[in-house]
Structure formats: C-alpha cells, structure tokens
Design a protein around this ligand. Structure first.
Ligand code: G6C
Length: 348
C-alpha cells in the first residue's frame, strides 16, 4: 500500500541529512517521464525544510524505441545528458543531484562526479524507498564488507546447483552502495545495501548454474529451471537450459553486441530489510528490483558494462543476476556461506 507524504518527507530528510546536506546547498532534481510524482513532491518539501536551494531539470526520455523493456536499467550507455552541455554544466555546478530518472552507467555521470557533485539515484516506488531508508549502520556494514573485498585477490563462488566461478580481483575499485552520498564526488543508490567490484578484465572463468528462485533483472523473473552459463576469459560463452535459458539468450542476442556477454560487477547483498520474495508481489514495471539486488546473503553478479568502475565498456545490455544459496570465498575465506552472510566481528 501507499505511504503518506509525511512519511516520505521524513524519509527524504533522513537520507538528505545522512548525505550531509547543508542549508544553502544547491540541489538539482533530475526528472523525466518516469519520475514518480510523490517522490518528486516530497523531495522538494524536504529540501525546502532543510534550507537547500532546489532546481529541477526535466529531460526527455531516450532509447524507448531501442529497448525491449521500459525498465530504466534495461538499455544503458546513452542518456538524455549525452552531448547536452547545458544540462551537464548545471549538474556540475550543483552540490547534490537527486537522480529521479536514472543516469546509471552513463559516461556523463562519471564526468559530473569528478567535479565533486554528489549524485543520489532514487527511482524505486515511494513505499520501497520508505521501507529501505538507509541508516548509518547500513553504511558501516557495507563499509566493513568493502574493506574486506578491497584486500581480496580472488573471489570464488560455489553453489549446490553446480556454480564454480573464479574471479581474479584487484584491477578495479570496490563500489559501496549504502543509500546516501556523504562524500564529495560520491554516487549511490537509495535503496541499496551491497558491495560490488569487477573481475580483472578477461580473467573470470568457470560455470554459473542458476537454480530455481534465482532472479534475472530486468526480466523481473524467478528462474524456474536450471540455467547453466559458461564463463571463459571474462565472457559468458554459453547459456544452456530450458525456457529460462532460451528467453535470456533471445533477449541478449537482440542487442547484437558481443560486449553484452562480458562479466560486469560481482558482489553480495547486505541489506537485512530487503527481501528475496518482494519481486513476486510487484507488477514488473512497478519496480526495478532493488530488494532482489540487496537482500542479505545474495551473490549478485551481472553482465555488460564496466564504465561505472572506470572501464570503457558501455554495453547497452545489462543483466543483474541475484542468486540464493551461494558461498562466496575471498582468498579462500567465506564471506557468504550457503546464502548467509558470515558475520564479521562488528556485524553481530
Ligand atoms: O544500484 C545498482 C543498480 C543496478 C546495478 O547494476 C548496480 N547497482
């Protein structure tokens, strides 16, 4: 059910305060056709009450005629900012950008962040935003996991269904997603609660077997029958199985881009308040599936772009694949065992 404007204004004030918003800060709200009116309306009230100076930049949607889905994460790389000097200048001059339309994985976003601007993505429906309002404890937990991942030189993932994937690490940074932007130049996504990094280019290898209940995004489906993906030299070279495999292959083949099959980010979920089962309760187009990406103990891996991590691959096709019941080893030490996070000392 819906949340009240009062609840959403309080949620925005918590996120903006955690994001170190100060009175007088210049904040630009990036909006487009898909922006949720209650999210926008309550953000403006919260910003006003916190003494910020709020601008609104409305941009037309793009890629609708190319994408096979209306999900804003289904077709990446080019955004309404591409080549839009005036819009980019406004965002670079802002202290904080509230992205209510989805810039994720866009080259322009990285350029804007380099100017010190903070960008917070928030496109889930208000009731999900309100349920998963970030906390300082979320940040601390993600931060501890990130420190562990930064030290790792290999991620090895296994599962009872047959997954056995090795990802040499170290060439790419670790990205922490805890739901607010408390540092200059930081991007984050509200809601979230997970860590990701990228395998060293061309080095990931092994097999991933999706089992019943594992999730495909943007398909927003729970896999019903096993899907076996072979990974060689950092690319998915085979997708075998039944109908789920055929549907995934058909979707990816439509982009006609070999870079679609590259491995993208790998990591795991840490958000106790996100649920694996939520996706079953939403219409496909009503959510982008952040509960699925963030639920505690998932192994979240993906295919396609690496420009978020400083790479030059802006593949339009991006598949996020949160899996249950995996064990994630970092240099031989389990950080997730059979789908449950191995508590680090301060997590208890
Ligand atoms: O927040 C996000 C959302 C999608 C994604 O692929 C990564 N992080």
């Amino acid at each position: 059910m819906a949340v009240s404007d009062t609840q959403m204004i309080d949620a925005w004030k918590q996120v903006l305060t955690l994001s170190q918003l100060k009175a007088g800060d210049i904040v630009t709200l990036l909006t487009s056709d898909g922006t949720h009116p209650q999210t926008l309306r309550t953000a403006l009230v919260a910003l006003g009450q916190l003494g910020a100076r709020a601008n609104r930049l409305e941009l037309p949607p793009v890629n609708g005629e190319k994408s096979l889905s209306r999900d804003p994460l289904a077709y990446l790389g080019s955004t309404p900012l591409s080549g839009n000097r005036a819009a980019i200048a406004a965002l670079k001059e802002s202290d904080l950008v509230l992205d209510l339309m989805t810039l994720l994985f866009s080259p322009e976003q990285l350029d804007i962040l380099k100017s010190g601007t903070r960008i917070l993505l928030a496109v889930e429906p208000p009731e999900i935003l309100a349920r998963l309002v970030p906390t300082e404890a979320d940040r601390a937990r993600v931060n501890r996991a990130a420190a562990r991942l930064e030290r790792a030189r290999e991620m090895h993932v296994t599962s009872a269904a047959g997954t056995d994937l090795r990802c040499p690490l170290g060439d790419y940074p670790v990205i922490q997603e805890y739901g607010f932007v408390d540092q200059p130049g930081r991007w984050d996504h509200w809601p979230s609660g997970f860590v990701v990094t990228w395998a060293n280019e061309g080095q990931a290898h092994g097999t991933v077997v999706l089992d019943r209940g594992d999730i495909l995004l943007p398909q927003k489906c729970y896999v019903q029958t096993p899907v076996r993906l072979t990974v060689r030299d950092g690319y998915v070279t085979a997708i075998e199985g039944g109908l789920d495999a055929d549907l995934l292959r058909d979707y990816m083949d439509a982009f006609d881009d070999p870079e679609s099959y590259a491995l993208s980010h790998v990591g795991w979920g840490l958000q106790k308040r996100a649920r694996w089962s939520t996706l079953a309760l939403y219409d496909r187009e009503a959510t982008i599936g952040m509960d699925a990406r963030a639920f505690e103990g998932n192994f979240l891996w993906s295919t396609g772009p690496n420009n978020e991590a400083g790479g030059d691959r802006t593949a339009a096709c991006h598949i996020d694949i949160p899996m249950r019941g995996c064990t994630v080893f970092l240099d031989g030490e389990a950080v997730v065992r059979d789908g449950r996070v191995v508590e680090q000392e301060a997590d208890a």
